[in-house]
Design a protein around this ligand. Structure first.
Ligand SMILES: Nc1nc2c(ncn2[C@@H]2O[C@H](COP(=O)(O)OP(=O)(O)OP(=O)(O)O)[C@@H](O)[C@H]2O)c(=O)[nH]1
Ligand SMILES: [Mg+2]
Length: 368
């Protein structure tokens, strides 16, 4: 494997392009410290400066906070700079353009994380995911991973006897679903017959009117994604076309898209139908009794809900999290990527087969 090359000067956004309270970029590379002190001369005397950055023609770019990060605290292991600014997308774009005009190569978070030589593999994965965080708990969780939480847990497995190591691996694996859901978010797909209340339910779950609702059967023709959250977990709620008994051409196209989406969903909400009636097999499904406010019969074992009145919605959210996290304790999420889960599960398999050496190698790889 080639060692990643350190650029002369680079800029990487540390926060998402979505509007936020504050935005931040890392200025890094061989000349980062020297350039920061050239752009913000007071940094030679003061640890943190508040300054206005100006672009000759365009005027004030933003009022910023700038500081240098010493090598021992910098992910790349060399002195870096950080510039914090107001968190709008325009401010972020203008600060990056300002730095690019002064020779900084724009490098995306994944590549910055890949060159974060001071970090282990799991911490680099968390660093690359951090700018996409949409809930405070998700960001705090990823930051703990950048600081090596998983590495410490995995280190604790070393030196354990085989039986305790197997128990430790089982415990870690049981927490992986929650970790992956918190780090990457949950996809919740809503399916059911035409006019069963899918769009109304999606709007209720995401807390905004994203999807058109009408009494006309066949209103929704396509998949529609609505961002939201369930507790601290970022969630994407997906509305779909109704399953018609005899689909016309457009409905058949909508159904084909739905078929492709079902295996990607972490949880499929089936409104008044059983999962076997779906056009593809879901990993996890919940059967709901929709329009429960009307007091009609609810299928046996189904969760009664009403998108219109909110009846049963809190219970539904709890049920979604239980399904997604496979009923495991959610208080200690991690591991948090499918890669880590795959390696730890393979390690458990090797241990069960009596190959401790191969098990240890796979455990190491999870955070290498
Ligand atoms: N009483 C009651 N009416 C509801 C509820 N949910 C939806 N409706 C009504 O049922 C009709 C259809 O609702 P939609 O949410 O558009 O249903 P849909 O499943 O998305 O329909 P299609 O997109 O056409 O497949 C509308 O008139 C809604 O107002 C509910 O929980 N209770
Ligand atoms: Mg609809």
């Amino acid at each position: 494997m080639c060692a990643p090359v350190m650029p002369r000067l680079a800029v990487t956004p540390l926060t998402s392009a979505q509007p936020a309270g504050i935005g931040a970029v890392a200025v890094w590379g061989l000349e980062a410290g020297e350039r920061m002190r050239r752009w913000f001369p007071r940094l030679a005397r003061e640890p943190v400066v508040v300054a206005r950055i100006e672009d000759g023609r365009a005027g004030v770019v933003d009022e910023v906070v700038a500081f240098c990060v010493p090598p021992e605290h910098a992910p790349t292991g060399r002195e870096e700079g950080e510039i914090d600014f107001h968190g709008g997308g325009v401010a972020r774009a203008r600060v990056c353009a300002f730095l690019a005009a002064r020779g900084a190569e724009e490098v995306p978070p994944e590549s910055y994380a890949a060159r974060a030589l001071g970090l282990d593999g799991a911490a680099r994965e968390a660093l690359a995911m951090l700018p996409g965080a949409v809930t405070a708990a998700q960001a705090a969780f990823l930051l703990r991973q950048v600081r090596g939480e998983l590495r410490r847990e995995i280190a604790a497995l070393r030196g354990l006897g085989d039986r305790d190591c197997a128990r430790g691996l089982d415990a870690l694996l049981s927490r992986a679903r929650a970790g992956i859901a918190l780090a990457a978010g949950i996809r919740v797909l809503v399916v059911g017959p035409v006019n069963s209340g899918k769009s109304t339910l999606v709007n209720r779950l995401c807390g905004a009117v994203r999807s058109i609702v009408s009494e006309v059967p066949g209103t929704t023709r396509d998949l529609l994604e609505a961002p939201g959250r369930i507790e601290d977990y970022p969630a994407t709620f997906i509305d779909s076309c109704g399953l018609a008994a005899t689909p016309n051409t457009i409905e058949a196209l909508g159904e084909a898209r739905l078929r492709a989406e079902i295996p990607r969903a972490d949880c499929v909400l089936c409104l008044g139908i059983d999962p076997p009636a779906l056009p593809a097999r879901p990993g996890a499904a919940l059967v709901l009794g929709p329009k429960a406010d009307l007091g009609g019969a609810c299928p046996a074992g189904a969760l009664p809900v009403s998108g219109k009145t909110g009846l049963g919605i809190e219970a539904l959210k709890a049920a979604i999290l239980a399904v997604v996290c496979e009923g495991h304790d959610r208080s200690m999420p991690a591991p948090f990527t499918n890669r880590q889960r795959g390696l730890l599960s393979a390690a458990a398999g090797k241990l069960a087969g009596g190959d401790r050496k191969a098990c240890d190698a796979l455990i190491e790889e999870a955070t290498a």
